[in-house]
Design a protein around this ligand. Structure first.
Ligand code: ATR
Length: 275
């Protein structure tokens, strides 16, 4: 089989989890392909995209938006989310966003159906864009959004064109009034609880109920305070590690048309996170 070459590009690129994750998948499937990590400075991005001989790349901060200018085609979801994290180089340079499907497949893996569920999304930063598009595009979920800076939540739903599908509530509901709206699934897209602030959680423990499903997009630490609190209460929890693996798996489907070895990829990410 012909060897194909892939990489993740970012700046700085630092410690990449994508590399061990994809290398483990190739090894498990006996594929000869390679996966590198490349530090590409913003001023070199255009030239890199024009001249690379790679077959596909993942794109991370700070290039996810800027890279769109240099592509021939962009998927509808990536256009709406306004971020590309996966590019395939064939006759055309095509940009995709696999975060939204990574989110959906993480829920599917746990047998969670979004239909008619009340979903509370916390946070209106970069990470929430794919989640909000995912929740409002294909599902009959009732979506509520809250963010410390409410104006940012209002601006974001307008920018994504989903203002009629998302209800915005005040962040103080979570932190001071100690009342949650009636909610089935809570998705944390903020950085609250991320290393090095492991002692923080966006939701006071006393608001959590056993019937809540908690999806924390953070994967460092693997178990955030929110997840620990939720488990103690008896909630079902999903870690950001799951979404990381499922978005990567979707990149492999796009590039190679293969069914990725999810568990192998999870094991590789876990090993990198604890080493
Ligand atoms: P990312 O791209 O990882 O989403 P971001 O765009 O900086 O990062 O967004 C971070 C999110 O976490 C935002 O929703 C931010 O809230 P603000 O819009 O009010 O800044 C949220 N966030 C970060 N620190 C927070 C804190 N201490 N309490 C509440 N929300 C916080």
């Amino acid at each position: 089989m012909q060897q194909k070459k892939f990489a993740v590009i970012g700046h700085p690129i630092g410690h990449s989890l994508s590399k061990p994750m994809h290398e483990a998948a190739f090894k498990k499937l006996n594929l000869p392909h390679t996966y590198d990590k490349l530090d590409i400075a913003p001023e070199d991005l255009e030239q890199f995209i024009k001249t690379t001989n790679l077959d596909g790349i993942n794109v991370t901060i700070p290039h996810k938006v800027e890279v769109m200018k240099h592509l021939d085609e962009i998927s509808n979801e990536a256009k709406q989310i306004k971020a590309v994290n996966t590019i395939s180089f064939n006759e055309t340079k095509t940009g995709n966003n696999t975060d939204w499907i990574g989110f959906q497949n993480s829920l599917k893996e746990e047998g969670i159906i979004l239909e008619n569920k009340n979903v509370l999304v916390i946070g209106a930063g970069g990470a929430s864009r794919a989640i909000l598009v995912s929740l409002t595009n294909n599902n009959n979920a009732n979506v509520t959004l809250t963010n410390r800076t409410q104006q940012k939540a209002e601006d974001l739903v307008k920018e994504l064109g989903i203002q009629d599908k998302v209800k915005i509530i005040s962040y103080e509901l979570l932190t001071t009034s100690h009342q949650l709206p009636q909610v089935d699934i809570i998705v944390n897209t903020t950085s609250v609880g991320m290393h090095p602030h492991e002692d923080q959680s966006p939701i006071p423990k006393e608001l959590l109920k056993p019937n809540h499903i908690i999806f924390d997009l953070i994967y460092n630490p693997l178990k955030t305070k929110l997840m620990k609190d939720s488990e103690e209460i008896g909630c079902k929890t999903i870690s950001g590690m799951s979404m990381l693996v499922h978005q990567g798996a979707q990149s492999l489907r796009i590039w190679l048309g293969i069914e990725p070895p999810i568990q192998t990829m999870k094991d590789a990410v876990m090993k990198s996170l604890i080493s």
